[in-house]
Design a protein around this ligand. Sequence first.
Ligand code: BGC
Length: 354
Amino acid sequence: MVNLVETSINIIQKFQSESGAYVASPNFPTYNYCWFRDGAFTAYAMDLYGQTESSRRFHLWASKVILDRKEMILIAIEKARKGLPITIQEQLHTRYTLEGEDGTKEEWPNFQLDGLGTWLWSLQQHKAYSNLEIPDECLKAANLVADYLSVLWHNPCYDCWEEFPDDIHTHTLAAIYGGLSALSIMDGKDRSGTIKQILEFVDENLIYDGYFIKKTHSFTVDASLLGLAVPYGLVAVDDQRFDATLRRIEKSLRNGGGLHRYPTDTYYGGGEWILLTAWLGWVYASRGDLEKAGEMLSWIEKQADTNGNLPEQIPATLNDPNYYVPWLRQWGQIASPLLWSHANYLILKKQIQN
Ligand code: BGC
């Protein structure tokens, strides 16, 4: 049997480009890009295992991507401050080529704010775990991102699954909240105004019958709500409303071993996601429930192929099996290895060991 920790670290190292970018998945053409969201979790996982150099290279890559677009970002900030709409050309993309260019080969739902918040959080974790000073260019880029998020957070945008652009997503707000809070810990600047507004917005609009909901105009849950408590800390892990959310996530999104994204997800039929199952285990571990966390870990370990590759999702207990073959025909086999799956596995394993 392969040692999945070692294999996961090796896979991440192997598929980190010379530029520092982590490819989302090397064998799945649509994912031959680097996403801020996936990359930020991957860098955090590497920091947890002492792979500081790898994580640092990613953060330097991300900072360059941002600083190369400084003028565009400043225009977007100024327009948003004046209440003017910003055009597609003035928005940061969500995924970039490994060389840091905008991914323009196919149309993509680019206006997604969560990954930028996640990056700020991950950068602060890098400082905490590596005990190294954060390079100046990273801090400059992070500040630009924070200003961009501070003026745009209340705009509808695509969610972390790259869908529903007309709504405001609870997970997205949590990632921005977590990112701004993390940056303030790092540079001491006061961002409490925006942070408070986000909390108020969530309280007023994104709680229904005592639990957090996926987005505005909805009363369902989404697995990404796990992030509200861990790692973004918008709500305490033992808060009553989070308890109720967790129970609902278990009830409506876990009918096999692994966790689905949301009840009506039909991407590859809507299977059980490795990274989400690991995230659920991470939440349980943070609540001190190591038995449940261990249950998630063993399920994940059984899903690795003989070479230790973890896919994005397992086509089991599909939400709607009718959609499985059409996706296979459109984009090929489910992405594997998916670096974010390996990253969240590593994070969960570390939580259980500590
Ligand atoms: C997911 C995104 C992810 C991307 C790359 C998409 O299918 O919805 O959350 O960032 O794949 O892994």
